[in-house]
Design a protein around this ligand. Sequence first.
Ligand SMILES: Nc1ncnc2c1ncn2[C@@H]1O[C@H](COP(=O)(O)OP(=O)(O)OP(=O)(O)O)[C@@H](O)[C@H]1O
Ligand SMILES: [Mg+2]
Length: 254
Amino acid sequence: MYANPPLVELVDIWKNFGAVQALRGVSLNVRPGETHALVGDNGAGKTVLMKILAGVYQPDSGTIAVDGSVRHFSSPRESRQHGIEMIYQDFALAENLDVRSNIFLGREVRRKTIGKLLRILDRPYMDKEACRVLASLDVELDPRLKVSHLSGGQRQVVAIGRALAFNARLVIMDEPTANLAVGKVKKLFELTRRLHDLGIAVIVVSHRIDETLCVADRLTVLRQGQVIGRFRSGQLSEARISHLISSGLSDLGG
Ligand SMILES: Nc1ncnc2c1ncn2[C@@H]1O[C@H](COP(=O)(O)OP(=O)(O)OP(=O)(O)O)[C@@H](O)[C@H]1O
Ligand SMILES: [Mg+2]
């Protein structure tokens, strides 16, 4: 059906934690630039699956392919090298640092000073890049503000900016609306559309289907570690997908 391989493809992923079977043969693919919703009840295995894609956990079995080539991610760093960035529920930002420092946290850009071997932080470059990234997201945020002074929505912008500064091709957002006020959810989904326009694929993890249905091109439903439905946007009503998530009945023709 498609000429090109998916951006990422997870095939038959299994993961146990002791006696807990978190994932039981999950397959999922994401196309370049696609917004994909991963939905399911608490404990369905959504976060574990995404952490496997982000290199935080390794699967017991199954494969991950990027651009059609099988890859093994033994750390988040390796996953990032393939353009995969995960934004965690708590955003993992450093409170005491400003926006620009957070955008480059752990990956600071340094330059050689003239006549010396010492490599100092390249602040002008990082300032310029921070502004470019924030502008590409169409948000106004002073890069010199301390993160401890920011709202939940602004923190999310910083976390997304972090991903963009490193040329992410796929941004994973785990429960991005969990800590947001209602009005801010709309803003977040505008950001998601912006990423879509920039050609960046997004996986939105959520147990709120009402929210994800309006932004996602496709939707995968997990229940107790297994995929129980895959849908294109508009294929099913919110009520029917909700029913599927809570009942686990595969009677919906998906
Ligand atoms: N590090 C871990 N050690 C042991 N069990 C774990 C670990 N991480 C996840 N689990 C278990 O794996 C299962 C899937 O968890 P996961 O966090 O992926 O669920 P989820 O779908 O993200 O749920 P939620 O919507 O509540 O975030 C759960 O039973 C959970 O308790
Ligand atoms: Mg989770």
